[in-house]
Design a protein around this ligand. Sequence first.
Ligand code: BGC
Length: 785
Amino acid sequence: MKRWARALYQPCLPLGRNGQRVTGCEEHILLSRKAAAEGMVLLKNEKSILPFEKGTRLALFGKGSVDYVKGGGGSGDVTTAYVRSLQDGLEIKEEEGKVQVLASLGKFYRENVSAQYAGGIQPGMTAEPEIPCDLLEKAKAWADVAVISICRFSGEGWDRKGIPGDGDFYLTREEQSMVETVTANFEKVVVVLNVGGMVDTSWFCNSEKIQGVLLAWQGGMEGGLAAADLLCGDVNPSGKLTDTFARTFDDYPSSAGFNESEDYVDYTEDIYVGYRYFETIPGAAEKVNYPFGFGLSYTEFAIEPLRAGEEDGTICVDVRVTNMGSRAGKEVVQLYYRAPQGVLGKPLEVLGAFAKTELLGAGQSQVLRLKMPVKAMASYDDLGKIQASAYVLEAGNYSFRIGNSVRNTVKLDYEYQAAQTVVIEQLERKCAPAALKSRLLADGSYEELPQGGDVYEKNRLIPQDIDTLEGVEPDVQGITYQEKKEWRNADRITLEDVAEGKADLRRLLAQLSDRELAGLLGGQVNTGTANTYGMGNLPAYGIPNIMTADGPAGLRIREECGVYTTAWPCATLLACTWNPEMVFEAGAAGAAEVKENNIGVWLTPAMNIHRSPLCGRNFEYYSEDPLVSGKMGAAMIRGIQSQHIGASMKHFCCNNKETNRKDSDSRVSERALREIYLKGFEIAVKEAQPWTVMTSYNLMNGYPTSCNPELLNGILREEWGFEGMVTTDWWNHAEHYLEVKAGGDIKMGCGYPDRILEAKEKGFVSREEMEKCAERILGMILKVD
Ligand code: BGC
């Protein structure tokens, strides 16, 4: 196929076998269901209430049994042919003769929820109706087990709530009363949570009235069926938490300051995020209901350390995992290290590596090798307590533990001994905070931080009118007849010449007028199925208009074009598989859908850290832990780019709150930045080289991320070796020419060429800086195939 033919002509060319479509195809939907089942987490299973025995009679309570939330909203949403709720899923199991479901209760909830949808309420935001007395009596007389479903929805642009009784993190009062009614009337109760992030678990964690709990996440279009697969034992649960589930919302260290201001968020807990906080800070351990890495199975595994040691700077641990039970299943082995407290202070436990077994039959074993670089155990010394701006491995003994959650581990005999403190990597101070007053230390005390951070360039143009920064469509590039005639006849270097190795990209760029060059540095008009705009679009030089599309839950294109795509489980669920191969497969399958619809860049993966349960976009992100985020992001990027589609790793960085998201300042220490908030991105860049990185809307330490030269040219490119192109998030609030200066290559959804030209005329930005950005944009386009 001719290069860029899809972008140029939008052909209808299905990618499947025998000309079949892959978009929303059976195979992809099956993969989505398989991934969903693999990432759901069994939190509780007392008296082996699960899986349901054959023929068990089920009464499904809670509107969540039919009001299924396949994923979050906004750019994280997808248009699908259908969505299966838990009620749908269990009815399929009923047809297969596995369980029985009380139809009249399902009918009641379906009618109730349909009426609420008809009133304009979207899935997941409906109210919990009261259970009609006659149905309750009927269910009581008929059912063996009551299944309670709770669902939650969130999306970009708004945050969740953490107020008891008000819903969201907590149950609403109506949900509480439904739970009370059900638990008062049934001996056996199972709960299914269809949620996109951390929620209250205290109402069932220690309750004798609730014996089984499945954290089913937002499982994509087949999520209800995947949950039914697990509940009925067709699949053995193997998902593990990638976040800590604390006793109350207030127990998270980020909670106190989350809503302090709309203008800033202080990351005062510093590196003590998630389990690093709960396992380290005195008194925090008891605040955990379900620890990081936790998840039950219908079988038992023995994890036996075989050998551990250091080989060429890498800690290698071999373990044998044996399935001791009678059902086939998979286990996740997690390697944690404990570093000496030293001068800098460290989290008590840090995840260093993980690996998942294959499906092991009863009695079957597998030997896994877990590997982590010694240098990954170094800490960043941002204040120069040992050596300023360096990663330092402090002297002392580093011990290791393996197990299947941060709390369920055994200590290995092997220890790594650092005889003296060593500087692992000398860097430079970058992106330091200006106004973060203090930060938490490992002993629970706080230290004061120096004030006044790095100084960056200020906008020297008269500030742009805010309205022109919001949601302006990119210009349609008009060409006059005369211009067309001229360029057709001209002896020009085209991008095709560059692609064929006949000419150099820089020579192509040298031909462009300033206006043409400035035009390239912004988003381009939509074509075909796309609704998030394109990149390139300079036909006079043979530059195609490469379309972009969201997002982490699947390909999101114009609803009007009537194409249904596959909705994958939400990113948090994918991470809970702890199975990068599975994430790779989902990435490759999703990217094939992207390609089939003539789009070249997929705006995923989203890799921000789960700092607070309240962040409205947590469902799009993987974990509270940067290693899990980095490994999952890297797998997703490799999967996507295996299809010659560009991945866009986002939102770089510190997008941990949605309220006032375009102007809120995330204030964070350089150590926490490097060890927590940037680390996942760093892993993914080094392991998978995404073709594009999307900066975040928020400010970081007082300055927009999209025009921060230390972040983009300094950390991302010079330190990590990023070779791709940087895009802004869509219609952010930063000044275009400052982005160009900082190595922010393209402004999306649209650019502001006039402002760049004005800045150039006044000497604030150079032609050379503009060409550098254009070179990287075209470099990215050259990879799309
Ligand atoms: C979101 C991005 C998304 C972009 C394009 C923005 O509002 O923050 O994640 O990729 O829109 O839809």
